[in-house]
Design a protein around this ligand. Structure first.
Ligand code: HEM
Length: 299
């Protein structure tokens, strides 16, 4: 199965490379099909895009950059982290395959998020070659993320569908509004983790597609233009809007993910390196999964 998946992904990349090599997406050809401002068909989304770009995107991103970490500092100071015993038994949770895929995604995000911010606030970084270098790094990290996104989607898919536990978990906000440990209803993944999974994988796919559209500018795929009824420039505007809106959600949840893995649950980060979680943590935070493993005699 994994062999076929690898072959499938490799052939997708080869096909894209062949398409890129054969198309007119380089140099002066890049903008050949983009109609000049004011030409018929160019302005359908122009005003919306300019309004969002001028008044909202950078401002809301800045609010997330400052606001989300500020809430975490407050949470950490008032309610403190959840501390689980690291001396007890360990439970094997993540296979080597899922860990490698996840680690590549993590590294690529640690590049994608800061370089994305630098591009958005490029003028404050002096513009020029530094910002262009960040743009290239953003593109390279996208390739790494693009390689692992489908394997990551598939490896966790079966555990990520909605369950009754998720509603109960959401009603008590996962127990994160209380000090200390509490048994909360959740399977192998809780509702918060599932939300992150869907956002990172499906949202990530939209980010890759819209990012590629903006990178190649003049991909001029007639079929896409015909189906959507949009001119090339409006397709780029849609891409820019989707990239900014979904990127905002992903960035906010990525901050949450790092806070949970590194600060809120002490030592949780080890699980993506070793594959093992602490029994004490599973017993409290993934109680339904814990009961299931006990019943199956796996603990
Ligand atoms: C520095 C970056 C990252 C760190 C430190 C980190 C850490 C972790 C840890 C510790 C877990 C296990 C949580 C548990 O089961 O209790 C986990 C799970 C997971 N990670 Fe990450 N991760 C990072 C980046 C990413 C990225 C970039 C993605 C996706 C694009 C991602 C997607 C997931 C998903 C879907 C899960 C399973 C559900 C969940 O626990 O949220 N992670 N990560």
């Amino acid at each position: 199965m994994k062999k076929y998946l690898f072959l499938f992904i490799a052939s997708l990349f080869l096909a894209s490379a062949a398409f890129a090599a054969d198309s007119q997406i380089w140099d002066a050809m890049r903008v050949q099909n983009i109609l000049g401002y004011g030409q018929e068909g160019t302005l359908k989304l122009g005003q919306l895009f300019v309004m969002l770009q001028a008044n909202y995107f950078a401002q809301v991103y800045l609010a997330v950059l400052v606001g989300v970490p500020a809430v975490f500092v407050l949470h950490y100071l008032v309610l403190g982290p959840k501390i689980f015993s690291h001396d007890g038994k360990k439970i094997y949770a993540f296979s080597l395959y899922s860990r490698v895929v996840h680690q590549i995604a993590a590294i690529s995000f640690l590049v994608l998020v800061p370089t994305g911010f630098i591009m958005m606030f490029g003028s404050y970084f002096g513009g020029g070659s530094f910002v262009i270098m960040m743009k290239d790094l953003h593109g390279l990290a996208t390739i790494a993320f693009g390689i692992v996104i489908v394997p990551m989607f598939l490896v966790w898919l079966k555990d990520m569908f909605l369950h009754l536990d998720d509603i109960k978990w959401l009603m008590i906000l996962g127990g994160y509004m209380h000090k200390g440990k509490k048994v909360v209803p959740a399977g192998k993944f809780n509702a918060g983790q599932k939300t992150w999974y869907w956002m990172a994988t499906l949202g990530g796919m939209v980010m890759i597609l819209t990012g590629a559209a903006m990178y190649f500018l003049d991909f001029n795929i007639a079929m896409v233009n015909e189906i959507t009824g949009l001119s090339q420039i409006d397709l780029l505007r849609v891409s820019a809007i989707l990239h900014a809106v979904i990127g905002l959600g992903i960035t906010a949840l990525f901050f949450v993910h790092i806070y949970m893995a590194v600060f809120a649950i002490k030592g949780a980060i080890h699980s993506i390196i070793t594959g093992y979680k602490e029994e004490d943590e599973v017993k409290h935070l993934h109680s339904s999964w814990y009961k299931k493993l006990k019943k199956q005699g796996k603990i």
